[in-house]
Ligand binder design. Structure first.
Ligand code: HEM
Length: 434
């Protein structure tokens, strides 16, 4: 099957270091640009020559072992960097903004119970239904705008029906998610306008959720029949001893976290999988065969392997709380200085030849542990089961349609908000869109 040979293009590091001698900030801008445009060869070179690269702005970690260490050691590599932005938007601490606190332990455990693997069949059915409706609606035109017209549309349907968080309408839900997550993950320069837009959207969202909670409680007291079977309803029905129970504010923040953790990651990941598949004819043939098959397992393996080649989330950010030695006892032993933002490059780790056999080959027999799509360690994704179900089933329904194909630019080019979040990706369906 189509394979990607890892080219170690020696040259980025030398260019960066030469530039840094003259102008450290200019050199950092160069590196940041390569992280966007040349990440694959840049990471290959860093894994080989400097797996822990310390710069004046951040530290990049590129090998599997050290990426796993950074994401596992929450006492050293913390999520403190997320806190100011995410907490300002939702009005309090979130599990992704605190490390190892009693609140985190309790709420992560509780939310895992609320999002169990047993929900997967139901979530697949829901995502599949929403995807088929969107594809049926687009079919006569021979093309579909896959981001708004399919991927985000399915995510918002899941948020409404499964989480029990419909929002005033799907467009508003989608806007809240984008505004907050842009500030949390794509505002490295600290643009105050992006921050204000996030706080405004978050305030609006939390106000809506307070109203929703009041409505749901009133319906419960009135004995509404049948009670809704969604995650919010589960949270409201769960009776815990007083010292463990969540108050209303904690319930609302966790419900907000369902939307915020889900929509951008799921829709972005779907865009990346489709792009990779459609650019590689042999993989596409295999994907189409698997989508037509009786069960989802084989198809799902294609999804995660395709995403490994081009993950939507390429790096996970942590803050180093105290000087820490990475790659200890190896020729690459490096001190990560206290206070550094650390970029744990999961996209690179999943191509590390010391951890992943023949990483350039598209293989369906990879062990699950090499997949870092849902993070790793204490902050690994709490919604991994239903999240995976939505991504896989939506794509399975898409690839069951005949003639799914990339369109020539400009229509077929993925348009992104701030160069990060896919906003538009037109796909051809059947022969009419040619
Ligand atoms: C039902 C859908 C989903 C929900 C409710 C959800 C929610 C969350 C939450 C609340 C966290 C923070 C966990 C913590 O701090 O302990 C998280 C982490 C994460 N999620 Fe999800 N998520 C969903 C789907 C997805 C999908 C589809 C992807 C990617 C394919 C994804 C990737 C991640 C990653 C990489 C992290 C780790 C972030 C970090 O370590 O900084 N999630 N998710």
């Amino acid at each position: 099957m189509d394979r990607l040979d890892q080219v170690t293009a020696d040259g980025y590091l030398d260019k960066y270091e030469a530039a840094a001698e003259e102008d450290p900030m200019g050199a950092l801008a160069l590196l940041t640009g390569w992280l966007r445009t040349d990440w694959r060869p840049l990471f290959a070179e860093l894994r080989a020559r400097r797996p822990v690269l310390v710069t004046p702005g951040f530290v990049i970690v590129t090998r599997f072992a050290e990426v796993a260490e950074v994401l596992s050691r929450g006492e050293v590599f913390t999520v403190a960097g997320y806190a100011p932005r995410l907490e300002a938007a939702v009005g309090g601490p979130v599990m992704l903004t605190r490390d190892g606190t009693p609140m985190n332990w309790r709420e992560k455990g509780l939310m895992q119970v609320m999002l169990p693997p047993g929900d997967v069949p139901r979530v697949r059915e829901l995502a599949g239904r929403a995807a088929d409706e969107a594809l049926d609606a687009a079919w006569p035109s021979g093309r579909i705008e896959a981001v708004g017209g399919l991927f985000r549309r399915v995510c918002m349907a899941v948020c409404a029906e499964y989480f029990g968080f419909p929002g005033p309408d799907p467009g508003t839900l989608s806007r809240w998610s984008r505004a907050v997550m842009t500030d949390v993950t794509a505002n490295l320069g600290g643009d105050p306008a992006i921050h204000t837009a996030s706080v405004d959207a978050g305030t609006e969202m939390m106000g809506y959720l307070r109203g929703l909670l009041a409505e749901r409680r009133a319906a419960i007291s009135a004995g509404a029949v049948p009670p809704p079977q969604d995650v919010l309803a589960r949270l409201l029905r769960t009776e815990l001893p007083a010292e463990l129970a969540l108050d209303d504010q904690r319930i609302l923040i966790n419900v907000a976290g369902l939307l915020l953790g889900f929509a951008e990651n799921a829709s972005g990941s779907m865009v990346h999988v489709v792009q990779h598949v459609l650019r590689n004819p042999e993989i596409q043939r295999s994907v189409v065969r698997a989508a037509a098959g009786p069960g989802p397992e084989e198809f799902d393996r294609h999804v995660w392997e395709a995403l490994r080649f081009d993950p939507f989330l390429k790096m996970i950010v942590r803050t180093c709380e105290r000087d820490h030695v990475l790659a200890a006892g190896t020729p690459h032993e490096t001190v990560v200085p206290a206070g550094s933002p650390v970029l744990a490059a999961v996209a690179s780790a999943m191509f590390d030849e010391t951890a992943v056999q023949d990483p350039g080959a598209f293989r369906l027999d990879r062990p699950a542990y090499i997949g870092l799509h849902f993070g790793h360690g204490p902050h690994a994704c709490v919604g991994a089961y239903p999240g995976a179900a939505v991504v896989c089933e939506t794509l399975r329904r898409l690839f069951r349609r005949p003639g799914v194909r990339l369109l020539p630019p400009p229509d077929g080019t993925v348009q992104r908000d701030r160069g990060v979040f896919p906003d538009r990706f037109l796909l051809g369906l059947d022969e009419k869109g040619m």
